[in-house]
Ligand binder design. Structure first.
Ligand code: GLC
Length: 740
């Protein structure tokens, strides 16, 4: 039997040998993944039948060590060939220890931090018997109405690529098969973040230029980092559903990028080729998906018939070939051998309990939450607060909301282990500080339930109060306090999948609460708990900080930031529009016609973001000087180094994200006014100056040109910008000549 350290040759020999014993039905079974939700018994009985019959290759959403072990014993000991199952789960930002949501990790601009977080997520997940995470989500998103923006790294392909690769390394380590790692499954290939109107699941229409320059790069980076799996998306891409799109799943993924892992569809997305009115019926859907390049079907949840069950008939009728069927099966079996499942398929249940939610894991979650926060306002240097402050009023529906503090897409955390903002503040101050709390307002119900509000998950806590009375009480508390801390935003069920919104307003009567507290004149800190830019209607709190959904130790991290034990250093991973009417509002936009009127694109209000991509304040300040190039003229194909001196001009140690942007002045296509092509988060002591150098290599200067319909790096002149945001900074010019 092949071992986890088996060579690829040994694995391929074992795969071929095993396949020679398999029936066509068993081969189709390896390509089928079923949902199993705890407590949904009739589905579980059906799944067990399929497993015993050798008609299941993988299960998802089982997240209990003993249950995984029980099902694996059925597969190994009761099916004809005893092929172990791959167990998969949405480990997006932690399994039991909730890390900050992925968009928050992107806001840290620290890929190594993201890698650390996902390594812990992988360790906890693997300890209970999971082998595969449906993550990282690497969809580029530029429309904050789309709730799933929270799962990715924001709007920029360069930041998104760095985060994608780092998370793959975190999940998998340096090779697939390590005992405390899992297979990474970047998703959702591709273009899902550009759905019409930000409406989840709605169609996507993207130009080749947008696909190649914006939406593909993070997937390519994830594959180059070794991702073992790719998940194909639900939606229609330029009229061809992603999960039936041969150009996408074969021409790009395999032929262009050389991806050698396996492709799984999103939930039911193979069967749903029929509902797209793309496939004639479900058997046709199965054929179209397999022939497009899908290797495994994630069957429809809640017992929906698996489309791939009809593959034996499709083979008999010649609509699929044995070669294509075998190719898909070999990819799945190869992954199982690489993961060592044939040697060690079962779960050490006792060991898993020792691995989950350790203090060390929590410490990483704490550090991640501290480094993800983005300080947006700090008038008069209100922050950091003194620990000796006399009184603080902590107000808002999310001030003491454990489930929301963990965020969406996490189901096995223990809410009692989560530190809320209120708990963090109470623990941080001394006995001499009075800390009052009011919920402020209710959290309204969604128009329709979240897909995660199901019997198999703990119920979503309800926050329901007498708003009028609570607003009045909150005002009174704010009036009496030295400082008011407001925690406002969106409940975790209001963002993520199936959670798009047609407005960026604060849900419920939170805006009224915000305005009423500000009207007291008490210095106010607004902490924002959400994963998208919201519209606060011009309200101007004294200080404002994005804390995202900061995870298990989020409240502690927030308190450390409020009192200065941690210094905010995060930067926005998206442009923050003034209001929803401006969307889309990418920072990397073209000059287009009359670029001098960019701010005047609307007659009724100024254009431009409220806060730009890459923006974030600190408790210190930084000076940039001496921007220089290793050469101010290079030839196509050559590299240059960009250097700058950064000084901490404040009195506190702090961190700055130094950012490099380029603008190509002319070429076969017009290029954005700025494109991120380098970043480095550095720590500086007060008064310290550090030189930061970025390599500017041909792969960072090339782009996919819709004029030549291919990748080009062309003779041109670049504006080079370096600073602490996508606006401002120092500038210089780089000339690129044609090849000598
Ligand atoms: C969901 C999501 C996908 C997730 C999968 C399994 O519908 O689109 O991101 O990994 O189904 O839960």
């Amino acid at each position: 039997m092949a071992s986890p350290q088996a060579t690829e040759t040994e694995i391929q020999t074992r795969v071929a040998d095993l396949m020679s014993w398999m029936t066509v039905e068993e081969k189709a079974g390896q390509l089928t993944q079923y949902f199993t939700f705890p407590g949904v018994t009739e589905e579980l009985e059906n799944v067990e039948t399929e497993v015993r019959a050798g008609r299941a290759g993988s299960l998802l959403f089982v997240s209990d060590a003993a249950e995984i072990d029980r099902l694996q014993h059925i597969a190994v000991e009761e099916s004809r060939l005893g092929i172990p199952l791959l167990f998969a789960y949405d480990v997006i930002h932690g399994f039991r220890t909730a890390m900050p949501v992925p968009l928050a990790l992107a806001a840290s601009w620290d890929p190594s931090l993201a890698e650390d977080c996902q390594a812990i997520a992988a360790k906890e997940a693997r300890s209970i018997g999971l082998h595969w995470a449906f993550a990282p989500m690497v969809d580029i998103a530029r429309d904050p109405r789309w709730g799933r923006m929270i799962e990715g790294a924001g709007e920029d392909p360069f930041l998104g690529s760095a985060m994608a690769a780092a998370q793959v390394r975190g999940f998998q380590g340096d090779r697939i098969g390590a005992p405390d790692r899992v297979i990474a499954g970047p998703k959702h290939f591709a273009g899902y973040g550009a759905s019409l109107g930000g409406r989840d699941y709605d169609e996507v229409d993207l130009s080749d230029s947008e696909l190649w320059n914006i939406h593909f790069p993070p997937f390519k980076a994830a594959i180059e980092a070794g991702a073992g799996n790719i998940m194909s998306a639900y939606m229609g891409l330029n009229g061809v559903p992603a999960s039936g799109n041969k150009w996408l799943l074969t021409d790009v993924l395999r032929a262009e990028w050389g991806f050698d892992g396996f492709v799984v569809t999103d939930a039911g997305a193979a069967a749903d080729l029929e509902t797209h009115h793309f496939a004639m019926d479900r058997p046709d859907a199965a054929v179209r998906a397999l022939n497009a390049g899908v290797d495994m079907e994630m069957a429809p949840p809640f017992g929906g018939d698996a489309a791939f069950r009809s593959l034996p008939d499709a083979l008999a009728s010649g609509r699929i070939t044995m070669d294509r069927l075998d190719e898909a099966v070999a990819r799945v079996l190869t992954m199982k051998f690489r993961m060592g499942l044939f040697d060690a398929p079962f779960v050490d249940v006792a060991a898993s309990e020792r691995t989950l939610a350790t203090a060390a894991h929590g410490d990483v979650a704490l550090r991640a939450a501290e480094r993800s926060a983005v300080l947006l306002r700090n008038e008069g240097g209100l922050l950091p607060l003194s620990r000796d402050i006399g009184s603080i009023a902590v107000i808002g529906p999310f001030a003491d909301a454990a489930r929301d503090t963990s965020g969406p897409w996490i189901f096995r955390q223990d809410d009692s282990e989560t530190v809320t903002v209120l708990a963090g503040i109470r623990a941080a101050v001394g006995n001499g500080t009075r800390v009052d709390h009011s919920v402020g307002v209710s959290v309204p119900k969604r128009l329709h339930p979240s897909i995660f509000e199901n019997p198999f998950l703990p119920p979503t806590p309800v926050i329901e109060v007498d708003d009028d009375a609570e607003i009045a009480r909150s005002v009174a508390l704010a009036q009496e306090a030295e400082v008011a801390v407001l925690v406002l935003g969106e409940a975790e069920v209001m963002i993520g999948e199936h959670a798009s919104r047609s407005t960026l307003d604060l849900p419920g009567r939170q805006q009224e609460l915000l305005d009423a507290v500000l009207a007291t004149g008490t210095p106010t800190v607004l902490l924002v708990m959400t994963g998208r830019p919201l519209d606060f209607k011009g309200a101007q709190p004294t200080a404002q900080m994005m804390i995202w959904y900061p995870g298990t130790r989020g409240g502690e991290a927030t308190a450390n930031l409020l009192f200065g034990d941690a210094v905010p250093g995060g930067k926005l991973p998206y442009n923050w529009p003034r209001n929803i009417g401006q969307i889309p509002l990418p920072y990397a936009h073209l000059r287009s016609f009359k670029p001098e009127e960019t701010e005047m694109r609307y007659w009724n209000e100024p254009n431009g973001p409220l806060y730009p991509f890459g923006f974030g304040l600190s408790y210190s300040s930084f000076d940039y000087a001496n921007l220089r190039l290793s050469s101010d003229c290079i030839a196509v194909g050559q590299s240059v180094e960009v250097s700058v001196d950064v000084t901490n001009t404040g009195v506190r140690a702090a961190e700055e994200v130094v950012q490099l942007y380029i603008h190509q002045r002319y070429g076969t296509a017009a290029r954005p006014v700025r494109e991120l092509k380098g970043f480095n988060r550095i720590a500086l002591a007060p008064g310290e100056t550090r030189s930061v150098t970025f390599p500017l290599t041909p792969d960072r200067l090339r782009y996919w040109s819709s004029a030549t319909r291919g990748w080009v790096q062309e003779p041109t002149t670049f504006d080079i910008f370096v600073g602490g945001s996508s606006q401002g900074g120092l500038a210089t010019v780089l000339k690129v000549d044609a090849l000598a």
